[in-house]
Design a protein. Structure first.
Length: 244
């Protein structure tokens, strides 16, 4: 166990509903920690916005910082979106009988956080918790398309020039048409179609992805799948506060 990380977490855990403000001296005494060590850790936590200084002076007082609020909101959103999405995903599977996934971005990767399977005998192997590069598959590519430019460039620069050029065109197409399409990218003879899920800030927070064997995605069925998936993504978005 990293001792510095452990001590920093101990400092954060001192704050409760009853103890919302602590001085450097309080922290040092409660953890039986030398004051210079406490000062070094508190200063680092303050720099990273995990703590905020609310009173100046040699023994200034601190409260929990906005970074924790931001991280807490991310956790809340992930739990909330799964709760809201699951019944809508289940209804979608009843309508189209293809596997449906909920995909989000975590640390420059796509993560599958929910899945409802089809009743077909031959199914695709995917699982909740699966991670994928953001440049492979309809769900990951849709999320890549809606990332902020700086983050998008950071991911694209790691790819070879041919892949990067192809992706840049695909990103333009996704933004123009409002959905992502892939064929045979994660598994042979499969198709994926993905639509964005928005939150109350009108920001894309997840992808609703339908995938299955290519032979099931005939032209008429393909149009039905696109229509139903788009509507399901919109229904989830409304649950997340999307107003359009």
């Amino acid at each position: 166990m990293n001792k510095s990380v452990h001590k920093a977490l101990q400092i954060l855990e001192l704050f409760t509903d009853e103890t919302r403000e602590l001085s450097l001296n309080d922290i040092s005494k409660r953890l039986n920690m030398p004051k210079p060590t406490a000062y070094r850790l508190v200063t680092t936590l303050e720099t990273r916005d995990y703590l905020m200084k609310i009173r100046e002076g040699q023994d200034g007082s601190y409260r929990l910082g906005l970074k924790l609020l931001e991280l807490g909101q991310l956790v809340s959103n992930q739990l909330e979106i799964r709760e809201h999405a699951l019944p809508i995903m289940q209804d979608l599977v009843k309508n189209i009988n293809e596997a449906v996934h909920l995909v989000v971005v975590r640390q420059n990767e796509a993560v599958y956080i929910e899945k409802v399977d089809s009743t077909r005998t031959i199914r695709l192997y995917t699982r909740v918790g699966k991670r994928s590069p953001l440049h492979i598959g309809s769900g990951p590519k849709l999320l890549l398309a809606f990332l902020e430019n700086d983050k998008q460039k950071e991911i694209l620069k790691e790819l070879d020039e041919e892949t990067k050029k192809r992706l840049q065109q695909e990103i333009k197409d996704i933004l123009k048409q409002g959905y992502a399409f892939s064929e045979g990218e994660q598994d042979a003879n499969t198709i994926g179609i993905s639509y964005p899920i928005y939150n109350y800030k009108n920001a894309v927070i997840a992808s609703l992805t339908v995938s299955g064997l290519s032979s099931y995605f005939t032209e008429d069925n393909l149009q039905k799948i696109k229509h139903e998936t788009k509507y399901a993504a919109y229904q989830i978005s409304k649950k997340m506060g999307y107003l359009k």
